[in-house]
Design a protein around this ligand. Sequence first.
Ligand code: ACO
Length: 386
Amino acid sequence: MEANSGEPKIELGLEGVYISKSSICKVDGVNGKLYYRGYPIEALAKNSSFEETCYLLLNGHLPTLDQFEEFNSKLKAERELPEFIVDMIRELVNKADTMDVARCAISALSAYDKEAYDDSDDANLRKSIKLIAKTASIVATIGRLMMGKEPLKPDISLNHSANFMYMLNGEKPNADKSKMLDLMLILHAEHSSNASTFSTMVTGSTLADMYAAVTSGIGTLKGPLHGGADQAALKMMKNIGNPDNTEKYIEEALAGKKRIMGFGHRVYKTYDPRAKIIKAELLEIQGNSVGDVKNYTTIALRAEKMMIEKLGNTKGIWPNVDFFSGPVYTYIGIPMELFTPLFAVSRMPGWCAHMMEYWQNNRLLRPLEYYVGNIDLEYTPIRYRK
Ligand code: ACO
């Protein structure tokens, strides 16, 4: 669109721009509602499992029992990692950020997949299953090596979340905690054309393969304005330290024009429905927690109250999915460095589902920039330049 001056109308941050039609996910930012393939997130949180949610996102419908069992056994069969990937993680861990290690290892999986460059629908579905299963093993292995412990082989008697906890901690997790992790994975599994899904689609739209596409997504997820906000929010809670410092800390941060990580959203201008569900978990944890978890929980709830009073109704800045996650993950026993890689574990089905949908009607994603620099400058050879 041309503005009066002849300049095009620029949608900074692509805000409000639709790039495609999709039947995967609806984010209703006005009413604070979220649907995966038509199912309200609250119903999936209450009744589903991460594995079933993956099936739903990838296939477009809930599975029958037989379909679920077949899908689940395929996921389990793909958990094991090639030896080289484990060695690669061993080499990189504690040198690079955990998200960078995850990005490298997930990207390298293409070398071990004979179908990596087969772009048929069936091969892409198989790649999605591999990526979902192996990303969890990669992130658990990063955690294990980061703590100076030897990596473990997956245990196929366990479901996805319990196996992740087992591969991380070396013991079968308590059922409540693995259920809580399962819920967190469901809540993070998909969110329409968010930044990391969009960058996955940009890469995929060039007809690069699934591994290349999701590797872009992981790179994008890392930033603190997107998936990295979960770590940043917990770091803030650590900095606050004593719950009684909460209000002063928030007051000073806002006065200094700092952002409070875990608040605000491009689409939700009301309470993020995922944050509401995570807050309910936090309230359960609060009663029976001690030490750091109790402190973080109290700080999070006091910060939330103050932020809503100050910015909720006035500016539409409410808690998002990343705000309460840190205390919950800490309670489950997941170290902070794994929060954002764990986000990649949960978002993998969303990235893959979007790629498979977009490829059905692919068009290269290529927006424009309005050039405001010089033109026709005279080229001076280097020896004459001052
Ligand atoms: N704390 C304080 N102020 C905020 C916050 C925040 N978390 N978020 C937005 N604002 C303010 C901005 O300073 C700006 O104020 P101004 O109008 O006075 O300049 C106004 O709200 C609008 O901010 P924008 O950055 O233009 O809004 P946008 O839609 O681009 O931002 C974003 C969305 C990036 C998520 C932003 O809210 C933010 O930075 N939040 C903190 C990071 C975060 O939690 N990210 C995770 C999002 S969920 C996810 O990706 C999984």
